[in-house]
Design a protein around this ligand. Structure first.
Ligand code: GLN
Length: 452
């Protein structure tokens, strides 16, 4: 814990932490020491972690990196973080993220952008760590924690993991409790770990997963020993290579990495099969209807009345307006506007309802593929390596295209893991993604370890 606290102090330039909690960390570490002495340490005894600032931490400021929550100190603890503390982990502090987890570069945070510890060879350009869990990825990559919590609505665990050579898994929807996590798009949101290795991610998942009666979408099935899946043989597994992910104009180095990954799995005894997921091209546009629709509804609660920021005004309507105009950043306001529009009378059928139908088709594509005996699907994690801070700010659609390989997985509720697999010509990390059957994260850990 002390070593990590010192490392965090020395690397403040990365802006990975929005709140450091050294006193709490030392207190927790001391309490764990006493437990260890009694032989009651727990599986994560003394492991110092960073927590994305979307997870409510009792008596510790939790902001979702939004000005509207800048004074919010929750009187409760999220289920996932309670489970981590129960197992002996130590809180180092709260990690930066895109405001309300809306973004792919961690540039929409009210605390400013996070820097990726990686640099292009021979260049001083500062790069984004990806988003929205950019603080989590940057902190893990720079050894400012041994692992971090993160959330993924359309790729926010896997894309930053790919940009920083870390491992990130988005579990099956319902595997981890969403209770106490600031909601973005509730039917897509799922929490998971970002870690230094596949094994570390598996160990963290053992503590994070599990049924929670406080989250009605949490599923009551036993949590397997994920760590035991790491290193298990993948011989005889069928790996689908979806032809629709071979995009026009995809950089040659991404193609090459994808083929290499497939070859490694084949060498480990897996069988490769070409598969088709015909509705893939509709996933991104459908996601950018469903996610903002749910976000506009979830964010209606930030009205200045109950908690968070309140701006003065002459009457209550003006108070709502002033509070929300002042409290939400530009990207969040854009999502609220899109979401309100697609849900409004007259447009609901044309946009929201249609997007939900597309979502069903996307889900069915995967079901058809798994029904043919495919155990997992291999794809690139991102269409490029990390880009420069400020490089993609101007055009929101260009930013949204980052999620092209990841959003399908959230739309279908399936588990997906991003694993570091190689580097581009400038020495930047690139990742591959494995998509699994519902509640079969174990297969992803076994296959992920082969690629790692
Ligand atoms: N980049 C996507 C978005 O901005 C996904 C974000 C996420 O997974 N939280 O919506």
């Amino acid at each position: 814990t002390d070593a990590h606290l010192a490392a965090i102090e020395a690397a403040r330039v990365l802006n990975a932490y929005v709140l450091e909690t050294p006193e709490r960390a030392r207190e927790m570490a001391k309490a764990v020491d006493e437990k260890i002495a009694k032989g009651e340490g727990g599986p994560l005894a003394g492991i110092p972690l960073g927590i994305k600032d979307l997870f409510a931490t009792r008596d510790i400021r939790t902001t979702a990196c939004s000005k509207i929550l800048s004074n919010f100190i929750p009187p409760y603890e999220s289920t996932i973080t309670s489970q981590l503390w129960r197992d002996g982990a130590v809180l180092l502090g709260k990690l930066n993220n895109d405001e309300f987890a809306m973004g792919s570069s961690n540039e929409t945070s009210c605390f400013g952008p996070v820097t990726n510890p990686w640099r292009r060879e021979g260049s001083n350009t500062t790069l984004v760590p990806g988003g929205s869990s950019g603080g989590s990825a940057s902190a893990v990559a720079a050894s400012l924690c041994m692992g971090a919590t993160a959330t993924d609505t359309g790729g926010s665990i896997r894309q930053p993991a790919a940009f920083t050579a870390t491992v990130g898994i988005k579990p099956t929807y319902g595997r981890c409790s969403r209770w106490g996590i600031v909601a973005f798009a509730s039917s897509l949101d799922q929490a998971g770990p970002i870690a230094r290795s596949v094994r570390d991610a598996a160990i963290l998942m053992c503590s994070m997963a599990g049924h929670d009666p406080k989250d009605t979408t949490s599923v009551d099935i036993a949590v397997p020993d994920y760590e035991a899946a790491v290193g298990k043989s993948v011989r005889g597994m069928k790996i689908g290579i979806p032809k629709e992910y071979r995009l026009d104009g995809m950089p040659a180095e991404i193609e090459k990495l994808w083929s290499e990954g497939a070859a490694w799995l084949k060498a480990a005894g897996a069988e490769l099969v070409e598969v088709s997921l015909p509705h893939t091209k509709y996933a991104l546009p459908a996601y950018y209807i469903v996610a903002p629709a749910e976000a506009s509804s979830n964010l209606a609660r930030y009205d200045g009345v109950r908690y968070g920021l309140r701006e003065g005004a002459k009457n209550i309507i003006e108070m709502y307006e002033n509070t929300r105009a002042e409290g939400f950043g530009a990207e969040v306001r854009r999502r609220v506007l899109i979401g309100t529009y697609v849900l409004s009378a007259g447009y609901y059928d044309a946009y929201y309802l249609r997007a939900q139908k597309v979502r069903t088709l996307i889900k069915k594509d995967f079901e058809d593929c798994f029904a043919k005996g495919v155990n997992a699907i291999l794809t690139p994690a991102t269409p490029s390596a990390a880009f420069g801070i400020g490089e993609k700010g101007a055009d929101p659609v260009e930013m949204y295209l980052n999620d092209i390989f990841t959003v399908t997985v959230n739309m279908a509720g399936l588990p997906g893991i991003a694993v570091p697999a190689g580097k581009d010509a400038q020495g930047l990390p690139l990742g591959l993604q494995l998509i699994g059957r519902a509640f079969d994260e174990e297969t992803l850990f076994s296959l992920g370890e082969v690629i790692e």
